[in-house]
Design a protein around this ligand. Structure first.
Ligand code: ATP
Ligand code: MG
Length: 475
């Protein structure tokens, strides 16, 4: 999300010329509700992002129009009504889907997540009380002001919970009593840390203490919601600080990580405690989900493989393999997609493998893992190395591996069986049967990867012919 210079935060906010304006579609939806005689505001995270100079993900609208009225106002447009029970109508306005929610309060959270009852209320003042953090309880109105013969927009920020001062001070604070708010909905605990990770804000003391106290309630939150929040946390610019400061909150979701906290690795090669090493590995990677998940979990197998030798030195033999099994289970529990789970698990499993910076070795690695996973593996290994010895002289191994990988990617080299210039049918024509076909294809692929044979049909067929002859002669 591109960051722009923050607006001066005032009751009436000016729009600097460099800032992209508010969403045109959302503004026209607000105007339509107003024209029908209702109040309507930009509300929640979009106002927070807008005044901070971030491009909002979504432009949510809050209104005193009842959901049935909203449906009537937007009857010409496609609408989705699956959130109607909670007062939300989704309207597709041209190419933008907008969430329009009736002012509401919530009560009786029996399951630490979902309110048992939702009541529609008449005012924004009541509505903001249900919102999680002061910075998310802001609303904004856009006025058209006549000036010097022209029309100028004025942005009025409506701050009923002290959100503007908290944004200015960089503080995440619950609206109301934090223990009550986290008891109502434990997902808010993870939302607090993911905002801290994205914005670099600190969590206000009472809010942080309540989050720690009520973290066990995260067990009631769906795996998918936890996964999504943790993913945003890991991708945040300030993720390393948050992972250091609020590590117990992470351990409430992934208890396997708690063993790493303050863990001396008893090994001169490891300068840092295990958790600090994990955090530094994450820090050394760009803010991308899959790689950072692999970094988070890359040493998760160390707990079960930890031994000390006669000299008291710590070892973790086989931790990558054990870690891969644990990783697979953790990611299954968090309902990761098969693709993400397989990729992250492969990275954990092979993070200790060594690769020679030669064309041949890189070809083999790309054949085994594919370009995307091998590229990620090089990055993870580089980050892992940096996180062990940040002061070590620069090692160009990873640059050389990556350069060779790119070179191969750009060339037309053979990497999969499908790229081989002969196929199973060709071998059948030569007299190969069943298992022999697979074995011969494997042999030819390896020969091409090793550059002992070119990927040329005539040469491959000639080799295959010699090989079948040798097989027949043996019989
Ligand atoms: P994002 O940048 O991820 O969109 P957001 O704060 O806008 O962050 P949304 O899920 O879009 O998050 O929700 C919009 C608004 O709804 C929030 O800003 C907040 O006011 C309110 N909200 C969302 N989830 C909760 C929750 N669990 N508890 C209370 N209020 C919430
Ligand atoms: Mg949002």
């Amino acid at each position: 999300m591109p960051k722009q210079p923050p607006l001066p935060i005032l009751g009436i906010a000016a729009q600097p010329s460099r800032r992209s304006g508010v969403s045109k579609r959302a503004l026209s939806a607000i105007r339509m509700l107003e024209a029908a005689g209702y109040e309507a505001y930009f509300c929640g995270g979009c106002v927070r992002d807008y005044i901070m100079g971030y491009e909002p993900n979504d432009w949510d609208i809050a209104t005193n129009a009842a959901p049935t009225v909203t449906l009537e106002v937007f009857k010409e447009y496609a609408t989705k009504t699956n959130g109607l029970k909670h007062g939300t109508v989704r309207v597709l306005l041209k190419d933008e889907e907008l969430e329009i929610t009736t002012f509401r309060t919530e009560s009786d959270y029996a399951d630490s997540r979902h309110p048992n009852s939702v009541a529609f209320v008449g005012s924004l003042t009541e509505d903001v009380q249900r919102r999680d953090f002061t910075m998310n309880a802001l609303a904004m109105k856009v006025h058209n002001v006549l000036q010097g013969g022209g029309c100028r927009r004025q942005y009025e920020v409506i701050d009923l919970a002290g959100g503007v001062a908290d944004i200015e001070a960089g503080i995440i604070r619950c609206v109301g009593d934090p223990e009550k708010r986290f008891t109502e909905d434990a997902l808010r605990i993870l939302r607090a840390v993911r905002f801290a990770s994205k914005l670099g804000f600190r969590i206000e003391e009472a809010t942080a203490q309540a989050a720690l106290k009520l973290a066990p309630n995260l067990q009631y939150i769906s795996a998918e919601r936890k996964r999504d929040e943790l993913n945003k946390l890991l991708c945040g610019e300030y993720a390393p600080q948050v992972l250091r400061e609020y590590r117990e909150l992470l351990a409430a979701v992934i208890p396997e990580l708690a063993w790493q906290f303050d863990r001396d690795q008893l090994n001169p090669y490891h300068k840092y405690t295990l958790w600090e090493h994990t955090v530094r590995t994450i820090e050394a990677l760009p803010c991308s989900g899959l790689n950072r998940w692999a970094a988070l979990l890359h040493d998760v197998g160390k707990k079960d493989t930890f031994t000390t030798d006669a000299a008291g030195i710590g070892h973790f033999y086989g931790h990558a393999g054990v870690g891969a099994e644990l990783t697979d289970r953790i990611l299954q529990d968090l309902r990761f997609s098969n693709y993400s789970r397989t990729t992250i698990t492969t990275l954990v499993k092979h993070h200790m493998d060594t690769f020679e910076p030669t064309r041949k070795a890189v070809r083999r690695a790309v054949f085994k893992y594919g370009h995307d996973t091998f590229r990620r593996l090089i990055s993870l290994q580089r980050a892992d190395r940096i996180a062990c010895e940040p002061d070590a002289p620069p090692d160009d191994l990873f640059d050389r591996l990556e350069a060779l990988r790119r070179e191969l990617e750009a060339s037309e080299s053979v990497f999969t069986r499908a790229d081989l210039a002969v196929n199973g049918n060709d071998l059948v024509q030569l007299g190969y049967r069943k298992k022999q076909i697979r074995e011969e294809l494997e042999k030819l692929v390896n020969a091409v990867l090793d550059e002992t044979l070119p990927n040329e049909r005539a040469k491959l067929l000639a080799t295959a012919e010699d090989d079948i002859q040798a097989l027949l002669d043996k019989k």
